[in-house]
Ligand binder design. Structure first.
Ligand SMILES: O=C(O)c1ccccc1NCC(=O)[C@H](O)[C@H](O)COP(=O)(O)O
Length: 273
């Protein structure tokens, strides 16, 4: 039986995820001092109805790609220090991305709130606020900043937090993407308050990547959820195999962002899919 309040595997080995979560706790505490919940609720985007992740992922004229704007990462360091968020996200959209993923984590990924606001201003497809959510306050921020989708990472949350955050986000009209890396995470985290389940091919503890993780887990995900394969996707030909296996979406960041022209890179990728 699942213990829904059992602690996630945090704090033991000083891994990068532990460091990210500790920093996130400080950031959220600071943000709460600066911006009240009322201020967030007063933002214009807070009243906006989020777009349906499902509708765009399954649309015939879209590719299923969730294209990520990612300047840097703990595993790769600097990926792209010059890319312009408006230009790149518009190019992703024009190339047929089903959704955008915009990192808002500052310290580890070089993202920021203004990247999300700019991507929202320039695009009319769903946007994932890509961050490490540990508090309901960040879900309110996501809504206020114009996101349509939030990410819940199983390895940093208790099963009860996933239920509570999923419910809270869906009550705001947001779509919820749960990210897992193995069967144990999937089995202890799955609950009705989710729209999509992503299998991360990157082990966030040691950064090893293996696309086989997606193929191993896809049939364990109930069909009521959208199925997303995440990370380390660089070969357009693998998309066909992932689709046949049952995936609806493909989260791709570095493969586009590491080039001088991420917009051209996604176009070429789509042409070869
Ligand atoms: O990318 C990292 O190094 C990383 C490290 C620690 C936590 C999360 C990390 N990445 C988040 C992601 O899941 C990816 O940005 C996303 O799936 C896209 O992956 P990729 O196509 O390999 O850039």
């Amino acid at each position: 039986m699942n213990d829904r309040n059992s602690s996630p595997p945090l704090g033991a080995d000083g891994s990068i995820l532990d460091r990210i979560v500790l920093r996130k706790m400080q950031e959220v505490a600071e943000a709460k001092q600066l911006v009240s919940i009322q201020d967030l609720e007063d933002e214009a985007y807070f009243k906006r109805t989020p777009l349906s992740f499902k509708e765009f992922l399954l649309a015939e004229d879209r590719t299923g790609i969730i294209a990520e704007f990612k300047r840097r990462s703990p595993s790769k360091g600097l990926i792209n220090g010059v890319a312009d968020v408006a230009e790149v996200t518009q190019a992703y959209n024009n190339a047929g991305a089903s959704a955008l993923s915009v990192l808002t984590d500052v310290d580890f990924f070089g993202g920021k709130r203004d990247d999300l606001l700019m991507a929202r201003k320039e695009n009319d497809i769903p946007i994932l606020r890509k961050d490490f959510i540990i508090d309901e306050y960040q879900i309110l921020e996501a809504k206020a900043w114009g996101a349509d989708i939030i990410l819940l990472i199983a390895s940093i949350l208790t099963p009860q937090q996933i239920i509570d955050f999923g419910k809270f986000a869906q009550n705001l009209g947001l779509n919820v993407l749960l990210e897992v890396h193995n069967l144990a995470e999937l089995e202890r985290s799955i609950c009705p308050n989710l729209n999509a389940i992503g299998v991360n091919n990157r082990n966030l503890a040691d950064f090893t990547v293996d696309i086989q993780t997606s193929f191993d887990l896809v049939n364990k995900i109930p069909n009521e959820f959208l199925k997303i394969s995440e990370s380390a996707i660089s070969d357009p030909k693998i998309i066909k195999e992932l689709k046949i296996a049952g995936f609806n979406g493909f989260l791709i960041g570095e493969n586009f962002m590491k080039t001088d022209d991420p917009g051209k890179a996604i176009k070429e990728f789509v042409a070869e899919m």
